[in-house]
Design a protein around this ligand. Structure first.
Ligand code: R5P
Length: 283
């Protein structure tokens, strides 16, 4: 197998390439004067198995993925695997209101017309994989995140809402510590409320773990809950660090020791790599 490193996933592609000794196919990427994207595959890949690594966030990276898929298909690759470290639009996984699209399904359907199989990391909900009409698998970032947290001597892993509880339980089992969760109600895209709950955190070190940090509202509220109960230290960790708007400031102002994310979206907070999880499924 050979890899194509999409613009959104360069560092992660390099890690996978080095670990599994999979060559990276040379490509050319540039913008036309009107900012439209041009891409070109510069090697012969006829009859090769090719894996394209590309996070589909923000939107421009979705276009790049489709152009890469089209180019790889036209170059007559034998098998096309798409590795989507962060599958954007996954949170619109149903019609919440009449007249809405199911964005995750729409993207999955389009990708399925061009690829042979797909691998993603911690999709927002596991049923999203069923939107693909090609074999679709996911890997989890819980183990690499927990490995990173190991030296922080965590006493309690907290899920900021019930949906994140399974992930928190897995992390707590790796870290051999307690686990608890909060009850969250989403009021709108950027406002949430959390029901106060008594947690046994007095003088302890806690890690709050979620799949996504977007506006930071969920984590900031969870941090406030912990501080009101005299926690000692708080680490916040997520798989996908979107950090929209003033998310980072919100988290820092709420008071946390460290903000930890993975390289599904490459940012200055990507202290953890999901490379090992992807290598395992590819080898
Ligand atoms: C929601 O179900 C997700 O798991 C995250 O909790 C949510 O996307 C975080 O969003 P925000 O950072 O905007 O509160």
């Amino acid at each position: 197998m050979k890899l194509i490193a999409g613009s959104a996933s360069q560092a992660l592609s390099k890690k996978i390439s080095q670990a599994l000794k999979l060559p990276i196919i040379e490509t050319q990427t540039k913008r036309f004067p009107d900012k439209e994207l041009y891409i070109r595959i510069l090697e012969n890949i006829e009859n090769e198995a090719v894996a394209i690594v590309q996070t589909t966030y923000p939107d421009e990276n979705i276009i790049e993925l489709f152009l890469l898929l089209d180019a790889v298909k036209r170059a007559k690759a034998k098998k096309i695997t798409v590795i989507i470290p962060y599958f954007g639009y996954a949170r619109q996984d149903k019609q919440f209101k009449k007249g809405e699209p199911i964005s995750a399904a729409s993207l999955a359907k389009l990708i399925s017309t061009l690829a042979d199989n797909i691998i993603t990391v911690d999709p927002h909900k596991e049923h999203i994989l069923d939107f693909f009409t090609i074999p679709a698998k996911s890997v989890s970032a819980v183990k690499p995140i927990s490995t990173y947290l190991k030296e922080k001597k965590i006493d309690l892993v907290l899920a900021p809402d019930h949906g994140a509880l399974n992930r928190a339980k897995k992390a707590a089992s790796y870290l051999q510590c307690d686990v608890d969760y909060l009850e969250k109600t989403r009021l709108d895209g950027s406002t949430i409320s959390i029901t106060p709950k008594s947690l046994e955190v007095n003088g302890k070190t806690a890690a709050i773990i979620d799949d996504i940090i977007s506006t930071g509202g969920t984590m900031a509220e969870a941090i406030k809950q912990l501080h009101s109960q005299d926690v000692r230290k708080i680490y916040v960790a997520c798989t996908h660090g979107l950090f929209a708007g003033s998310a980072i400031k919100k988290l820092q102002d709420a008071g946390c020791e460290e903000i930890i994310a993975t390289d599904t979206i490459q940012t200055q907070f990507s202290a953890v790599s999901v490379s090992s999880a992807l290598e395992e499924i590819l080898s």
